[in-house]
Design a protein. Structure first.
Length: 116
């Protein structure tokens, strides 16, 4: 399983970024996909999930600002991040879990830095 996250970078507060996670080595369409993040000195936390049926869930801290989506034809999950805040600064990780198990796969992470 390979999950290749990209799209991170430096952005000013109030700006936008779109993260992508390209999956290979899995049957993408049967996987729930999610984004997590880990800020410096903090534990990894849940950000957003999209099920294999495209139902979405968000952490309260990003609800209304972030949008998760998937393209099964491209084996890719996206995270559109709008109205970014300083506290969104973190390494963002892509997660994949088949709907029929609890076995997780993780990507390498992409750094998002929000500046004032």
């Amino acid at each position: 399983v390979q999950l290749q996250a990209s799209g991170g970078g430096l952005v000013q507060a109030g700006g936008s970024l779109r993260l992508s996670c390209a999956a290979s080595g899995i049957t993408f369409s049967v996987h729930h996909m999610a984004w997590y993040r880990q800020a410096p000195g903090k534990q990894r936390e849940f950000v957003a999930r999209i099920t294999f049926k495209s139902a979405t869930t968000y952490a309260d801290s990003v609800k209304g600002r972030f949008t998760i989506s998937r393209d099964n034809a491209k084996n890719t999950v996206y995270l559109q991040m709008d109205r970014l805040k300083l506290e969104d600064t973190a390494v963002y990780y892509c997660n994949a879990r088949p709907y029929y198990t609890t076995t997780d796969s993780w990507g390498q992470g992409t750094l998002v830095t929000v500046s004032s």
